[in-house]
Design a binder for this molecule. Structure first.
Ligand code: MG
Ligand code: MG
Length: 258
């Protein structure tokens, strides 16, 4: 069943979602060539706990870290570790928190130093596809409209949509119904209703859409080892215009100041 949230619950979801954005901004301050991704994980966990929340991913189905850190051809669910980020890498960082019984869940793909133009465009257009999806995430539209918005935006550039992983409802559980695929047909799927809260999260590949899982049991990478980008917002369905509960503002302040 789909949980329709009250205004009070949406406020709490917003508080959790904003904390994720602030956490990712703290992480953004430290992203540079040479840093080990485990350092980012440690600082994110401290920041979350200092703000009266718990990491939302750590321990979730046994996931061992606060952040999912996925580099280059890794799509999602990558492990932080002792390898250094390198000039020209892209790094998708997904963060969840649990505060007041509600989850926040947001992701952003960062450039490490200067990245190739083709990869920069993949990042920009993946983020654009997220906002295209949010434009149609309003009462009366359907889940398929969201997927269609993402798919039609990115496929015009020859990119492909990862289909094995999807967005989701968000609330007292990290993953609630409905599933929110990043591909689909207009006017299909369940109808969106005011008070639904969805995590919309396009995962877009420069090459083919196929992905494989690494032997760590978590990390998903592209089968062709070409780069992939991932952006995620939490949105409340409203009449006319979705309310974005998460934010990239803090992150982009940091990026723009670099
Ligand atoms: Mg996420
Ligand atoms: Mg998510």
């Amino acid at each position: 069943m789909i949980h329709i949230k009250t205004e009070e619950e949406i406020e709490l979801l917003k508080e959790s979602s904003l904390l994720v954005g602030k956490t990712l901004a703290e992480v953004a301050k430290r992203i540079r060539p040479g840093i080990k991704s485990i350092v980012l994980d440690t600082l994110a966990e401290e920041f979350i706990r200092d703000h009266g929340a718990e990491p939302g991913f750590k321990g979730y189905n046994g996931f061992p870290f606060t952040l999912c850190i996925s580099v280059n051809e890794q799509v999602v669910h990558g492990f932080p570790g002792h390898q250094h980020l390198l000039e020209g890498d892209i790094v998708s960082i997904d963060c969840g928190v649990l505060k007041n019984g509600f989850y926040g869940d947001s992701a952003y793909t960062f450039a490490v130093g200067e990245v190739d133009e083709e990869v920069r465009l993949l990042m920009d257009r993946t983020k654009e596809s997220l906002y295209k999806a949010i434009e149609v995430a309003v009462e009366g539209k359907r889940i398929g409209d969201i997927g269609h918005a993402v798919q039609s935006h990115v496929e015009q550039y020859g990119y492909s949509v990862v289909r094995d992983l999807v967005g989701h409802g968000l609330g007292r559980q990290l993953h609630e119904k409905p599933e929110v695929p990043n591909y689909g047909k207009r006017g299909t799927g369940i109808k969106l209703q005011e008070g639904m809260v969805l995590a919309i999260e396009p995962m877009i590949n420069l090459g083919a859409r196929q992905v494989v899982q690494l032997s760590d049991g978590w990390t998903i990478r592209t089968a062709d080892k070409m780069p992939s980008a991932h952006y995620e917002h939490d949105v409340a369905i409203r009449k006319g215009k979705a309310e974005i509960l998460s934010t990239f503002d803090y992150i982009e302040e940091v990026i723009n100041a670099k």
